[in-house]
Unconditional design. Structure first.
Length: 248
């Protein structure tokens, strides 16, 4: 009988402890909100729902370690991106290579098919054409489209990871669309210069005046470095970027 009588008392004690814990948590959160403290970022890198304070870019304040801050200034590229396959480099956040090959394309309507030559970044499988004879495409692209990030960038005293900026969609990285980057065949190493010629700011493998299926056209674009506003977590001298935009 004694054990049965104690069970309600134990339940009451547990209920009281739960209530006290909830009150304590509420008081702690309310106190920190009033103090204006900026809570640190989460381990997953998700920015907290607070305005990140603006800090100076020219020095690193240890008091901001692990906190989300906003920094404005001009990006400086220390190790420019480079297309090691073709030897092309650029003073930019990111270098983008676009490779296209001239190929046959089939268009059919009912029992009738037409064939035209188009530039395509992917191989068009001519083996599936209704009339493959006379419309054969190469089976692979010798060079494909690629993207190359700067090895090191700085915003004032802070190191910024260019590849992290590149994690955003290309048409919204730094809210700046990639811009054309004309190249010359003189920039190519000697073993490739004999295969390509400069044509309208691009590299052309073939004769641009007499185009033929299998010709290769390579052009470049860049995401330029410039004035930016970056928000991210301060980790030592690095800024782990979570939000970015270009400043005019």
């Amino acid at each position: 009988m004694a054990k049965t009588a104690n069970r309600p008392n134990l339940a009451v004690v547990i209920l009281i402890l739960v209530v006290l814990a909830a009150i304590g948590a509420y008081v702690w959160v309310h106190k920190h909100k009033q103090s204006g403290e900026t809570p640190p970022a989460t381990e997953a890198g998700t920015p907290p729902h607070v305005d990140a304070p603006h800090v100076a870019a020219d020095r690193i304040d240890p008091a901001n370690e692990g906190r989300v801050v906003t920094i404005e200034g001009t990006l400086s590229v220390k190790k420019p991106p480079r297309d090691t396959q073709l030897g092309i480099g650029a003073d930019a956040v990111m270098l983008l290579r676009y490779a296209e090959m001239l190929q046959w394309q089939e268009k059919c309507a009912g029992t009738s098919c037409t064939y035209q030559q188009v530039w395509s970044p992917q191989v068009i499988d001519s083996r599936k054409f209704r009339e493959p004879e006379g419309h054969r495409n190469p089976e692979r692209l010798p060079i494909t489209t690629g993207r190359f990030s700067a090895g090191e960038m700085r915003l004032g005293a802070f190191v910024v990871d260019a590849a992290m900026l590149g994690n955003y969609r290309l048409d919204s990285a730094l809210q700046t669309k990639p811009v054309p980057y004309p190249v010359k065949d003189a920039e190519l190493p000697s073993n490739l210069a004999i295969s390509f010629r400069e044509f309208n700011g691009a590299l052309y493998a073939g004769d641009p005046d007499h185009r033929a299926v299998g010709d290769l056209r390579i052009s470049y674009r860049i995401i330029p470095a410039g004035n930016v506003e970056l928000t991210g977590t301060q980790r030592g001298e690095r800024l782990i970027v979570q939000k970015s935009k270009a400043n005019p």
